[in-house]
Design a binder for this molecule. Structure first.
Ligand SMILES: [Zn+2]
Ligand SMILES: [Zn+2]
Length: 400
C-alpha cells in the first residue's frame, strides 16, 4: 500500500513538475513576446490572464476525441440535415417507391416531351391532313383510271363503294375526334362523387378522371393524349378516336392490297431507269411510278403501325379499361395477389357489353346506324358517374 502510494506520488510529482515547467516556459514566452510588443514588463496577473486566454483558445481549437465537432463540421452537418428534410418534405410519403423516384428523375424529360407535344400538335395534325390528301390525289389520278379502264363492272362497283365508304368514315371520325372535347370535371362545387383531388387543378376528380399534363387540365375517362389529333382522348371522343383508327387501318390496308401489282410494276420500272440504254419513259409515267411506290410504302407502313395500335385499343375496350387504367390495374392486380386476393375491374361490364357501351349500341339496328355509318350520338353516361347500363344484360358478377 505504501509502495503503491509512493509510486502514485512519484508519478504525480513528475506530472506536476512537467506542468510547472511547461507553464513556466509558456510564461517566459509570453513575457518575452509582451516585452517585444509592449516594450516593457507587465504585471504577473496580466501575464497569468493572458496565459489562461491562450490555453482556452488552444482547447477550443483542439476538441477532444468523441467530444463536440468543430464549427465547419457542425455547419456541414446542419446543411446536410436541412437538405434531407427539405427533400423528404417535398417527395416523401407512405407511397414513395422506386417508381416515384424514377418519375422525379425523369421529370425534366417529361416536361420537354409535354411542351414539344403541345407546340407540335398542330404540325402533327397538318401532317395527317397532308399525307391523307396526297394519298387521295394519287388514288384519284393514278389508281382510279386503271380500275375504271381494266376491271370488270362488279369490281369497279366494289372499289367505288368500299373506297368511298371508308374515306367518308375516316374523314368524319377524324374531324369529330379532333374537334370534340374529351370532357372535363365540373370546376364549381357539385354533388358529383369524387375519388380524389387533382393536385394541379385543385378540383375533385370523379372516378376514371385523370390529369393531362399536356392539356393542363383534368379529363373524364382519360385514355391518353394523342398528338395526331392534338387532343386528349377521353369520355366524349373515345368512340371517334377508335373508329378513326379502325377505318384508317382498313383504308390503308385496302390501298396497300389494291395497288400491290402496280407497285411491283412501278418498282421494276424505276430499277430499269439505270439500265443502258435507259428505257423511254415520259415525265408523266415516271411521276406515276414514283407516286405508286410512295402510296404503297406509306399505306403499308401506316397499316402495320396503326393496325397494332388499333388492336391494342380493341383489347383494352374488350377488358373495359383505358390506357391509363391498364397501368393502374396491373399494379393493383400485383398488390392484391401478394395478399392472396383477386382484382376485378369495376368498369368491365362483359366483353360484348363493353363494345356496346363504347359505340352506344342499345338496339340491334344501332350496329348499322351508329357503328357502320357516321353518327354524332352522345356516349353512355356523363363521364362523372359510372353505373351499369340498364339497357344491357349483366353477365359477369361485379365484385372487386
Ligand atoms: Zn387536373
Ligand atoms: Zn391532353
Amino acid at each position: 500500500m505504501m509502495i503503491s502510494s509512493a509510486i502514485w506520488m512519484t508519478a504525480h510529482s513528475k506530472l506536476f513538475f512537467l506542468v510547472v515547467v511547461v507553464f513556466h516556459l509558456l510564461l517566459c514566452c509570453v513575457s518575452v513576446r509582451v516585452c517585444v510588443e509592449g516594450g516593457g514588463m507587465r504585471s504577473w496577473r496580466w501575464q497569468f490572464s493572458r496565459m489562461m486566454r491562450l490555453c482556452l483558445r488552444w482547447c477550443r481549437l483542439c476538441p477532444k476525441r468523441g467530444g463536440r465537432p468543430s464549427k465547419p463540421q457542425r455547419k456541414l452537418r446542419e446543411l446536410w440535415s436541412y437538405w434531407k428534410l427539405l427533400l423528404n418534405s417535398l417527395y416523401f410519403n407512405s407511397l414513395t417507391n422506386s417508381d416515384t423516384c424514377l418519375d422525379c428523375v425523369f421529370e425534366p424529360v417529361y416536361w420537354i416531351v409535354d411542351n414539344v407535344t403541345r407546340w407540335f400538335g398542330v404540325v402533327f395534325v397538318c401532317l395527317v391532313i397532308a399525307l391523307t390528301s396526297s394519298v387521295l390525289v394519287i388514288v384519284y389520278l393514278c389508281l382510279l383510271p386503271v380500275i375504271l379502264n381494266t376491271y370488270p363492272l362488279q369490281w369497279i362497283v366494289w372499289h367505288l363503294t368500299y373506297g368511298h365508304w371508308v374515306l367518308m368514315m375516316v374523314l368524319f371520325h377524324y374531324y369529330k375526334a379532333t374537334t370534340t372535347s374529351p370532357g372535363h370535371p365540373p370546376q364549381v362545387k357539385s354533388d358529383t362523387p369524387s375519388v380524389s383531388i387533382c393536385k394541379k387543378c385543385i378540383v375533385p376528380k370523379p372516378a376514371r378522371t385523370h390529369h393531362c399534363s399536356i392539356c393542363n387540365t383534368c379529363i373524364l375517362k382519360m385514355d391518353h393524349h394523342c398528338p395526331w389529333l392534338n387532343n386528349c382522348v377521353g369520355h366524349f371522343n373515345h368512340r371517334y378516336f377508335f373508329s378513326f383508327c379502325l377505318y384508317m387501318t382498313m383504308g390503308c390496308m385496302y390501298c396497300s392490297v389494291s395497288c400491290k401489282d402496280m407497285f411491283i410494276e412501278a418498282y421494276n420500272a424505276v430499277e430499269s431507269y439505270y439500265q443502258t440504254p435507259p428505257p423511254l419513259f415520259s415525265f408523266r409515267e415516271k411521276m406515276v411510278h414514283k407516286s405508286v411506290i410512295f402510296i404503297w410504302v406509306l399505306t403499308s407502313s401506316v397499316a402495320v403501325a396503326l393496325g397494332g395500335l388499333t388492336l391494342w385499343h380493341a383489347i383494352l375496350i374488350t377488358l373495359g379499361e383505358t390506357s391509363v387504367e391498364r397501368h393502374i390495374n396491373k399494379k393493383e392486380i400485383r398488390r392484391l395477389k401478394e395478399k392472396g386476393k383477386v382484382f376485378r375491374n369495376p368498369y368491365h361490364y362483359g366483353k360484348i357489353n363493353n363494345w356496346k357501351v363504347l359505340f352506344g349500341v342499345e338496339e340491334t339496328s344501332h350496329w348499322l346506324t351508329r357503328v357502320l355509318l357516321p353518327s354524332s350520338h352522345a356516349p353512355h353516361e356523363d363521364g362523372l358517374v359510372w353505373e351499369f347500363p340498364k339497357a344491357l344484360t349483366r353477365r359477369d358478377p361485379m365484385t372487386i
